[in-house]
Design a protein around this ligand. Structure first.
Ligand code: HPA
Length: 272
């Protein structure tokens, strides 16, 4: 099958170019993308160099794997996350996760920008994902099951490792980083949610809404990776603040919180 061959050929191509085995994978959302540039001894492999890999249609935004070392660990980071709203298929979105797993990654760290649904949280809050609600209408595991990756009906009762969350919380507190725990609800985007959808998300038990992360987390659990996820609440979700939503607000808050978020990311890598 084409997809399995794509994953395999990506694996062999990368193995011929990179000789370290990364134990941690990073897929970083708005604001944290530059973290890739802080890796030591980086090796960058653009998707365009990997046969069969989804290449972004937006010029200048070619995705890439960045391999390198940080805090004494070998890691691989994804530069230029692939979103469902860009028109990729759910299975394309998770190809990088599956390649990471084949390369030896054991723990996947996911971050994103999200709208706050929990009324107690101001913009700038960092939310440790304790669970998600997949309201995107898709699932990356739909279609033939890749048996060598995982089972047809994978368990999702501990997607965001409780054990790692319990390790992270006291470390964050000791560093003075406030970390709230919550449930992330994925909508497909790219339009922001309506106020009614946001109220619905809250009734469903959501604390944040966003357009990414869930497919990657599902694919990662399918193939047995441990997952940690953190959302930066960049704005209150639609209808919860007086002004309309604007992407520039998302970028502004993400930049404001970046230093603290990066410190938290380093703690996550330490315990991964
Ligand atoms: N909704 C969905 N995705 C987002 C938001 C939001 O309010 N803010 C940042 N990403």
């Amino acid at each position: 099958m084409k997809e399995r061959m794509g994953i395999s050929s990506a694996f062999y191509r990368i193995r011929s170019l990179v000789h370290t085995v990364p134990s941690v994978g990073l897929i970083l959302g708005s604001g944290l993308g530059d973290f890739c540039d802080t890796l030591e001894d980086p090796v960058v492999i653009p998707f365009s160099d990997i046969p069969g890999f989804p290449v972004s249609t937006v010029e200048g935004h070619t995705g890439a794997f960045v391999f390198g070392r940080t805090q004494g660990k070998y890691v691989v980071a994804l530069r230029g996350r692939i979103h469902y709203y860009e028109g990729y298929t759910p299975r394309q979105i998770v190809m990088p996760v599956r390649v990471m797993a084949k390369l030896g990654v054991k723990t996947l760290i996911l971050t994103n920008a999200a709208g706050g649904v929990n009324p107690g949280w101001p913009a700038g809050t960092l939310m440790l994902m304790k669970d998600h609600i997949n309201y995107s209408g898709m699932n990356p595991l739909i279609g033939p099951n890749l048996e060598d990756f995982g089972p047809r009906f994978p368990d999702m009762s501990d997607v965001y490792s409780r054990e790692l969350r319990e390790k992270l919380k006291p470390l964050a507190a000791a560093e003075g980083i406030r970390l709230d725990e919550g449930v992330y609800v994925m909508f497909s985007g790219p339009s922001y949610e309506t106020p009614a959808e946001v109220r619905f998300a809250r009734i469903m038990g959501g604390d944040a809404v966003g357009m990414s992360t869930v497919p990657e987390a599902i694919a990662a659990r399918h193939c047995g990776l441990q997952v940690m996820g953190v959302s930066c609440i960049t704005n209150l979700a639609a209808g919860m603040q007086a002004t309309p939503l604007d992407h520039s607000e998302v970028v502004e808050t993400a930049n404001r919180v970046k230093a603290e978020f990066t410190r938290l990311l380093r703690l996550m890598i330490d315990i991964a």
